[in-house]
Structures are given as structure tokens and as C-alpha cells.
Design a protein. Structure first.
Length: 477
């Protein structure tokens, strides 16, 4: 590499890093991005966790398996008779891999278009904004880069449990469970968070008996409790066996089975599975990132400490995405990447951390933004609440997707939207309306006064807003 001095060096090419690199380049800066991701074939692949083993492969499989489940369970209701519907898991995996490969190569294309220098290897930060890049195998330094500004976007990795070591393809993490080449007859999952629910849905739809063991006594505690109760009931009805208050004691592999012991309110329980996925959260990749003399503030949970502008304790060094506080979400990482790039360019960009949407891509999907009803109550905020059940929506009925509801929480005095919570088909798309409205500081009345096309699921948002003031049309107020 001839030019080793850059305006910006970005460490990590996940949705935080690659977006930061592109935005910096758009703003006229010279940019290098260092990334160490390698696929099974040893080839580098951009896009980080999200594109390689996270958001994209999981959604590809969720889409394929949703179609399979629809063909098996819902076609007859539409008067469509199909016989002998089978799932070709190898073909599903090949489709998923093709989507991943096209998207990751797309980032290589974007880097070329934006004249971003891509450096493969492991980056370590030294004082003076020096980044040393080494080969993963030989550990030899292959490049030394220097920059005015550094953006650390090194992401996160799955949390490992001492009492459930990963074993070949028996006890796996989410990446392993998105690569099974056949449907396990029984699948145990430790953790009923988004990964447990999404990956559990994939295999359950293909015929696995799926049991989720969740240590907490509350299902999806971050969601509004009315919505999480509906989601819990609906997912249980679909066959996901979600056991709350179930704390893992041990897991080991004997005679090609995973023996799991866990404790619930009745005491110690034992259960056997063909496969077990551990999905108990992710931890920031802040190990092995710094040279010996490098001093950067790291908090007690190993996140790089940053302020609301993603500035670290060292001027000119920024950190974004999963490696810093806040929800571990791709869109949050990307928005932080854009903010940091623009602030380096002297703009006054900022992020509204109160309006980060959350989505769980089960069927129906669960999505929310803003405060839940119990969070408002705990904070002493007076509220007016409107709800609309999907069962009362003509479009939901036409789709055969009537499980769920939309709930809007507004301030009792100002009517300003405080939170929107959805359990519905396409909730991931519907929630964007709520985020936009809340970003514009809209009131429930603003949504009530807006015209929505008929028949759409979006009309349920309109009806929920009308319901805040007890004037929904298609339900009893
Ligand atoms: P990452 O995507 O983890 O990227 C970090 C990159 O940095 C990697 O390529 C890594 O190899 C590289 N790197 C690390 N250290 C170094 C180093 N020292 N030198 C060089 N390179 C380095 N989020 C959503 O918003 N929606 C979803 O639907 C969703 N689904 C998910 C499903 C699964 C199964 C999983 C596991 C996660 C999912 N997530 C989802 C979370 C999402 O993937 C992360 O929040 C997101 O990828 C974080 O982006 P990032 O850029 O911070 O880090
Ligand atoms: P999570 O932290 O969201 O959920 C893990 C669950 O495991 C928790 O409910 C926790 O109580 C439980 N748990 C922890 N230890 C346990 C134990 N010993 N026994 C039983 N249960 C235990 O983490 P996740 O589901 O692994 O997801 C990781 C990250 O990836 C999250 O931050 C999430 O935001 C992100 N992600 C997002 C999406 C999405 O946006 N759709 C999808 C997948 C992952």
C-alpha cells in the first residue's frame, strides 16, 4: 500500500464501520477500513456479524420457513390444495448463502466506488493514532496505518456459558444454528431473546420440537407487557415451548445427544436434545484491540466508554455500534457511523437515542419504539392509551394474519406520542410510521387526522390513534 496516512481509519466493516467509512468518503476524506472477518473458506467477507451470520442470513431463513409453514398450514384455508410440500434444507441454506455473498460483495463494490482503501487483517490501536494490522494466522504485522481520526467499530461476539461449552455441531451459537444441514428432531435453546425466538422459529417451522429455556420470569421484558403477553401466547400456540424461570445448570454431549439440566420453580429438571443453541446475549469485542501503551477508557462490562457523540476518552478516537453502550442493533450502529463521520467533517449531527426501533422477526413480528406503559407509569408520566386488535382489520383478515394488536401511548395532557408497540404481521414496516411521527414530535391527534389507504394494516395505526381519544370506528371504545 503506498498511502498509509489517512484522514480516517475505520476498524471493522460491519454495519457500523462500513457505513462510517462510506459517509467519511462522501464528505471528501481519505479513508481506510480494516476488517478481519473470514468465512469458512478463509476468504474475507465484509458486512460483519449482520451480513455474514446475523440479520441477513436469519431473515433469509425466516422468509423461506415462513413460506413453508404457510404452504403447510394456511394454503388450504385459501382454497389452495397442495400435497407433498417438503423442505429442502440444503437448498434453503444455499439460497441464504447466495444472498449473503451478493450483499457482502456489494460492500466491496461500494468501497471501490467511494475509493475506500480496504485492508484485511487484525487491527491494533497504538498511541498517536497508529493502527497496526497483522495477519490472523502468522500474527506478523502486515501494515501500519496512521490517521487524523480513528473510528472503532469492532462489534461483538456471542457470550459463552461456563456450563455449556460449544461442542462440534451439537452445542452451538447462533452462527452454528443458522447452518444446520438437516432439521434437528429436537432443539434446545438457552435464552428467549431475539436470537432464541428468531432461530427457534426457523427450526420449529421446519418441524423441530423447540424448547426455549429462559432464566427470567418475564418474557421480553423490554417490550410493553400487553404486547409481550400476546406474542408469548401466539408463539406458544405455534409450537415454541418457552419455559420461563428456567436457569441452565449444565449441558454436555453423550451418545450424540445433548443432556441439559436446568432449574425451575419445581427444582432441577433434565431434558435431552439433538442440538442445543446458546443465545444468552453478546459481548463487545474490546479484547486484543489495543497495543500495550494504549490507554482508552473501558467500562466494567468491557464496552468502550463514549459520550452521546461516540467520542472516546482520547480526542479524535470514536467508537460506535455493538462495542459501545446502547442496544446491539445494526441500524443503531449505522446511524452512529453517520453521526461520527459528519461530526469529524465539522457538522453538528446527533442521534435521538430515545427513538431506536426494536423488532423481533417472528410471525407475527413484535416491534416497538419509545416508552412502554409500565415505563411511563414508573416515571410518573400521565398517559392516554389506544389499542386496536388486528382481528378488526379487514386487510389482516384478508391476509389471514389476525393475531396481535397496535398500541399507542400518548401524553395525557399534551397528547404527544410517547410509545408505539406492535404485535402484527409486517410490524417491522409499520413501526417506521411511528418512528417518523415521533421524530416529528407528532401527537395522537396528528395520526388520527391523517388519511390512510384502505385496506391496509397501516389503518390499524390510524384506528389505534383514534382509540387514544375513544373514537376508533371499527371497535367498541
Ligand atoms: P459487527 O457487525 O459485529 O462488525 C464488526 C466487524 O469488525 C466484524 O467484521 C469483525 O470481524 C471486525 N473486527 C473486530 N475486531 C477487529 C479488529 N481488531 N481488527 C479488524 N477487524 C475487526 N440487528 C438488527 O438490527 N436487526 C436484526 O434483525 C438483527 N439480527 C441479528 C441476528 C443474529 C443471529 C445476530 C447474531 C445479530 C443480529 N443483529 C440484528 C445484531 C447486529 O448484527 C449487530 O448489532 C450489528 O452487526 C453490529 O454492527 P457493528 O458494526 O457494531 O459490529
Ligand atoms: P439477549 O440478551 O437479547 O437475550 C438473551 C436471553 O437469554 C435473555 O432473555 C436472558 O435473560 C437469557 N439468559 C441469559 N443467561 C441465561 C441462562 N444461563 N439460562 C437461561 N437464559 C439465560 O441476547 P440474544 O437474543 O442472544 O441477542 C444478542 C443481541 O443481538 C441482542 O442485543 C439483540 O439486540 C441482537 N439481535 C437483534 C435482533 C433483531 O433486532 N431482530 C435479532 C437477533 C439479535
Amino acid at each position: 500500500m503506498s498511502n498509509k496516512k489517512f484522514d480516517v481509519v475505520v476498524i471493522g466493516a460491519g454495519p457500523g464501520g462500513y457505513v462510517a467509512a462510506i459517509r467519511c468518503a462522501q464528505l471528501g476524506m481519505s479513508v481506510a477500513c480494516v476488517d478481519e472477518w473470514q468465512n469458512h473458506d478463509g476468504k474475507s467477507s465484509l458486512g460483519g456479524t449482520c451480513l455474514n451470520v446475523g440479520c441477513i442470513p436469519s431473515k433469509a431463513l425466516l422468509e423461506s420457513t415462513h413460506l413453508f409453514a404457510t404452504a403447510n398450514h394456511d394454503f388450504a384455508d385459501h382454497g389452495i390444495q397442495v400435497k407433498g410440500v417438503t423442505a429442502d434444507v440444503k437448498a434453503m441454506m444455499a439460497r441464504k448463502n447466495k444472498i449473503v455473498s451478493e450483499l457482502t460483495q456489494g460492500i466491496n463494490g461500494l468501497f471501490k466506488t467511494n475509493k475506500i482503501t480496504l485492508v484485511h487483517g487484525h487491527a491494533r490501536l497504538s498511541p498517536g493514532k497508529i493502527v497496526k494490522v497483522s495477519d490472523r494466522k502468522s500474527k506478523k504485522t502486515t501494515d501500519t496505518l496512521e490517521a487524523e481520526n480513528i473510528v472503532i467499530a469492532a462489534g461483538s461476539s456471542p457470550v459463552r456459558l461456563d456450563n455449556a461449552d460449544l461442542v462440534d455441531d451439537y452445542i452451538v451459537d447462533s452462527a452454528g444454528a443458522l447452518e444446520f444441514d438437516q432439521v434437528p428432531k429436537t432443539l434446545g435453546i438457552i435464552g428467549a431473546g431475539p436470537i432464541g425466538l428468531e432461530v427457534g422459529s426457523v427450526w420449529s417451522r421446519l418441524g423441530s420440537e423447540v424448547v426455549l429455556l429462559e432464566a427470567l420470569d418475564t418474557f421480553l421484558p423490554a417490550a410493553d407487557s400487553q404486547v409481550s403477553r400476546i406474542a408469548f401466547r401466539t408463539l406458544q400456540k405455534q409450537g415454541l415451548d418457552i419455559r420461563l424461570n428456567a436457569r441452565l445448570l449444565s449441558a454436555d454431549v453423550k451418545q450424540k445427544k445433548v443432556n441439559v439440566t436446568y432449574e425451575d420453580t419445581r427444582g432441577a429438571q433434565q431434558i435431552k436434545f439433538d442440538k442445543l443453541m446458546v443465545a444468552v446475549g453478546r459481548k463487545p469485542n474490546s479484547d486484543y484491540l489495543f497495543g500495550d501503551e494504549m490507554e482508552l477508557e473501558i467500562d466494567e462490562r468491557e464496552y468502550i466508554h463514549v459520550n452521546k457523540y461516540c467520542e472516546t476518552s482520547v480526542p479524535g478516537i470514536y467508537a460506535i455500534g455493538d462495542i459501545v453502550r446502547g442496544p446491539m442493533l445494526a441500524h443503531k450502529a449505522s446511524e452512529e457511523g453517520i453521526m461520527v463521520a459528519e461530526r469529524i467533517a465539522g457538522q453538528n449531527s446527533r442521534i435521538n437515542y430515545d427513538l431506536v426501533p426494536s423488532v423481533i422477526y417472528t410471525h407475527p413480528e413484535v416491534a416497538w419504539v419509545g416508552k412502554s406503559e409500565h415505563a411511563c407509569a414508573a416515571a410518573g408520566i400521565p398517559t392516554s392509551v389506544g389499542t386496536f386488535p388486528l382481528a378488526a382489520s379487514g386487510r389482516a383478515r384478508a391476509m389471514g394474519s389476525t393475531d396481535g394488536l397496535i398500541k399507542i401511548i400518548a401524553h395525557k395532557e399534551t397528547d404527544r406520542l410517547l410509545g408505539v408497540h406492535i404485535c402484527s404481521a409486517q410490524a417491522s414496516e409499520l413501526i417506521a410510521q411511528a418512528v417518523t411521527a415521533m421524530e416529528m414530535e407528532a401527537s395522537a391527534e396528528d395520526i388520527a387526522l391523517t388519511m390512510f389507504a384502505h385496506p391496509t394494516l397501516s389503518e390499524s395505526m390510524h384506528e389505534a390513534a383514534l382509540s387514544v381519544h375513544n373514537r376508533a370506528i371499527h371497535i367498541k371504545n
